[in-house]
Design a protein around this ligand. Structure first.
Ligand code: ACM
Length: 414
């Protein structure tokens, strides 16, 4: 249910109420969706500023806030400013759900930008689906989700692994040691990895999972020593990425012969662990800070100016940045129409823009994003060298590990 802004304005003036910014405000009392029809556009910003994934989520908060500040400084959206309401869910899925509910039901945000781990996305999903609100999720993830209430702007497995796995087999060998944090994302991502290994003649010599926040890798390192793999395929997340790299290096393993190949290690974790611990290891992602494009030059310069010359950008913060602009484009397209999460979702379908990584597009069928896969190797200065770049943007296939299942605009087809 929704109302046009013009229609509401009349009602507001009749009610004689006035909002904090001098704009009249009204709430639709008996509707399941009740959004301020005039005045600022409220959005939630839900990234952990404390806890084990704050190491990365804090930078996601910064990239989101910077994009919103830029949009507001350039006049806002259709003359309205975006007001971010920031919450700290403290790296805890239950707190994510509680804060999401507060943002959607209490604050009446029309969209929420948030979260890094799939565990936290799964925790907030029922809130967005029940309240028919819209969650903008910037993180690479396992796919296998088909919700009308989430815009997915991070990579899915086909966009990170399709080129990466054959590249690793060709350059280092077929024996893979899979190491991940113990929750849904690494297990599902590894599920797709195993399918590709089978296709290209690779094999899994071990598969290990460690608790979130784990920092003692000696037993994993012993298992690596004993199984003699060619590649360590890592989907470890958060603080553990730092511990794993440092202990791997301290164990004397040589990345030239046996590299870690990660889908989750970005410039941000490297800044925390130090370039020496990361040097020689590989990451596959759609964006690296060294990518050359005018859009990226602007993004990196603005980020450093806003948050500090020592700060880095990376593949999840880039998605935070461009998804805020896609939100703006969708709201702009709606013009004077209802500003409900449903309307914003529909206006987001098919939106395109030049992001720092290249042109991106929201696939209308499944609300995931067309992206530009890249393979890069970390250097001791904390940056990556990009070795392989897709010549064309790559379609998101959120159910790539599940042939026969397809996410469509009508829902999951199987
Ligand atoms: C993740 O949990 N999607 C990194």
């Amino acid at each position: 249910m929704g109302f046009s802004r013009r229609g509401l304005l009349k009602g507001v003036l009749a009610a004689g109420s006035a909002g904090a910014a001098g704009f009249p405000q009204i709430w639709i009392k008996d509707a399941s969706v009740a959004y301020a029809a005039t005045g600022d556009i409220k959005v939630g910003v839900l990234f952990s500023l404390t806890g084990t994934t704050a190491i990365i989520e804090e930078s996601l908060n910064k990239a989101t806030i910077m994009a919103i500040e830029e949009i507001n400084a350039a006049g806002g959206v259709n003359g309205r400013k975006i007001t971010p309401i920031i919450e700290d869910p403290a790296s805890d899925p239950a707190t994510f759900a509680e804060k999401a509910r507060k943002l959607v039901v209490g604050d009446k945000c029309v969209s929420v930008f948030g979260s890094y781990t799939s565990a936290s996305r799964k925790a907030v999903l029922p809130v967005f689906e029940r309240q028919n609100n819209l969650y903008w999720y910037p993180t690479l993830y396992e796919g296998r989700e088909c919700s009308k209430n989430v815009i997915y702007t991070g990579a899915v497995p086909n966009q990170q692994q399709d080129e990466f796995i054959p590249y690793l087999i060709k350059n280092f060998g077929k024996k893979f040691f899979l190491i991940g944090s113990n929750y849904i994302y690494p297990k599902e991502e590894n599920n797709y990895c195993k399918k590709l290994l089978e296709k290209y003649g690779g094999e899994v010599v071990n598969e290990e999972y460690v608790p979130l926040g784990h920092s003692e890798f000696s037993s994993v390192i012993n298992k690596i020593r004993n199984s003699q793999p060619n590649v360590i395929f890592s989907t470890v997340v958060g603080d553990s990425v730092v511990a794993l790299h440092r202990q791997y290096r301290a164990a004397g393993f040589d990345p030239e012969k046996m590299p870690m190949a990660s889908l989750t290690t970005s410039e941000n974790e490297i800044a925390a662990m130090g370039g020496d611990a990361a040097a020689g290891h590989f990451t596959s992602a759609p964006y690296f800070m060294v990518h050359k494009s005018p859009e990226n030059e602007r993004f990196v310069a603005a980020y450093k100016k806003r948050w500090g010359q020592d700060k880095v950008t990376h593949f999840v913060s880039e998605a935070c940045y461009f998804q805020a602009y896609l939100f703006k484009q969708a709201v702009e397209k709606l013009g004077d129409k209802d500003l409900t999460p449903n309307a914003i979702r529909d206006a987001t379908m098919g939106q395109e823009m030049m992001a720092p990584q290249g042109r991106v597009r929201i696939e209308p069928e499944n609300l995931h994003t067309w992206l530009w896969p890249k393979i890069a190797r970390a250097k001791s200065d904390g940056q990556f060298e990009i070795l392989v770049e897709a010549k064309e943007w790559l379609k998101p296939v959120p159910y790539a590990a599940y042939p026969g299942q397809v996410c469509t605009a009508k829902g999951l087809q199987s």
